[in-house]
Structure formats: C-alpha cells, structure tokens
Design a protein around this ligand. Sequence first.
Ligand code: ZN
Ligand code: FE
Ligand code: FE
Length: 194
Amino acid sequence: MADAGTLHDAFVDELRDAYDAEKQLTKALPKLVKAARSPDLRAAFEAHLEETRGQIMRLEQIFANLGEKVRGKHCDGIAGIIEEGKAVMEEDFDEATMDACLIAAGQRAEHYEMAAYGTMVAWARAMGHAEAADLLQETLDEEKAADETLSSLAEDGINDEAASAAHADEDEDDAEVAVPARTASQSTSAKSRR
Ligand code: ZN
Ligand code: FE
Ligand code: FE
C-alpha cells in the first residue's frame, strides 16, 4: 500500500479545488453582472470578476513555487452554490428583490471561499510555506472585502427597496393596524400584498 497522504498533499488538493472554484466563478460572475439592476451592484460584481482573475494567477504562482502542476480539481461545493444562483435568476422577482437575491447568492460564494482560503492560509503557515501563505492571505482579504461590499449594498438600500415593494401598502410603524383585513380598497391591497 502507498504511503498515507500528508497535510502537504491535502494542501495541494485544496489549492486545486480553489483553482477550479475560481475558474467556475469567472464564468458565473458575468451572469450576475447581467442580472443585477443596481449599477453599484453590477460594478461590485464586475470588480470582483477582475479580482478573481488575479486570484487565479496567484494560485498559479503558488503551484509554481511548490513545484506542482497547475491543475484544477472539480469543486462540487462552488458548483452547487452557482446552481442555486442560477435557479434564483430564473425566478420572476421584482428588480430590487432580484438584486437582494443576487447578493445572497454572491455572499454564499464569498463565505465558501473565505472558509477555503482561511484553511489554506493556516495550513501553509503551519508547514512553513510562508510565500504561499502570504499570497493566499491576499486573496482571503479580497474575498472578505467583497463580502462586506455586498453586505453594504444590501443594508444601505437594496433590502429596504425590496422590502417596501413587498409591503407597499403598509405604514412604516404600525403595519398591522394600518392595514385592516377589510377596507374599501380590498382589491388594491390584495393585488399589492403578495
Ligand atoms: Zn508543504
Ligand atoms: Fe475567489
Ligand atoms: Fe470571491
């Protein structure tokens, strides 16, 4: 039987997984750009697409430093997250709601990547691969910043816009009291309260 794999082997596997994930994301991000209605959200996805290309180059540099072939290994995790994102894009949501859903999909991807890069940074440091650790940390910082940008876009406008379309006929304060079950405008409220 062959020798058992080491943490170094597991590390190289993680790098290959991340390499494939980033490649998948360079194909998925343009779809998010196209589907987004908020110009700021489109710009955020576009900027992260550019960063993602740089992250791929960083991984290639790490493979070279380690004397490993540049090769990806299918990342099932990000493939599943991208599938869910595609499913949401096929839904018939109003524009602000669609933007809120695209943010949700994007943040799932960023959190997955943060987990992966966090692990890789820690393993690289533990094994004394200082240069790889620094490069991976740069990418981890970009993923965290991308996640924070998406949070800001959601919390500084898009969520409120989507929420007010969802509750268009309710007062800000006492919504329950403001919208009695039966009023003269029942047909109106039935239409707008989905
Ligand atoms: Zn090693
Ligand atoms: Fe990435
Ligand atoms: Fe990312």
